[in-house]
Design a protein around this ligand. Structure first.
Ligand SMILES: [Zn+2]
Length: 110
């Protein structure tokens, strides 16, 4: 039978993103530290190659879920508006969270 996950919050974050934005591609890597500081970063290469997301592996699980959601929102809208977290970014961040909650509720309540 192996291991049956009764839940997988991190899996649900990525599932939520892929359901909302199936055409968005990136490479994703957990790293021991983020170059230049911070907890995560989304790199959009100048040469147009695949976007890369790095997330600090040392975070608590819940913080990691938040940073992953944060960076996935950048994957959709880029780094735009003020400090890079403008209205559009906030909307996408909220969409991902809402979809995540929908997936988790469905898992619990059917
Ligand atoms: Zn950001």
């Amino acid at each position: 039978m192996g291991i049956t996950f009764l839940n997988s919050p991190m899996g649900s974050v990525f599932q939520a993103f892929e359901e909302l934005y199936p055409d968005k591609d990136c490479l994703f890597e957990f790293v021991p530290q983020i170059e230049g500081g911070g907890y995560g970063v989304t790199i959009f290469p100048d040469d147009g190659s695949t976007t890369v997301i790095f997330v600090d592996i040392n975070l608590s699980y819940l913080d990691m879920l938040d940073i992953i959601t944060h960076e996935l929102a950048h994957l959709v809208v880029g780094v735009v508006g003020g400090d890079g977290h403008g209205e559009e970014w906030g909307k996408v961040y909220g969409f991902i969270l809402d979809k995540y909650e929908e997936i988790e509720k469905k898992r619990v309540f059917g």
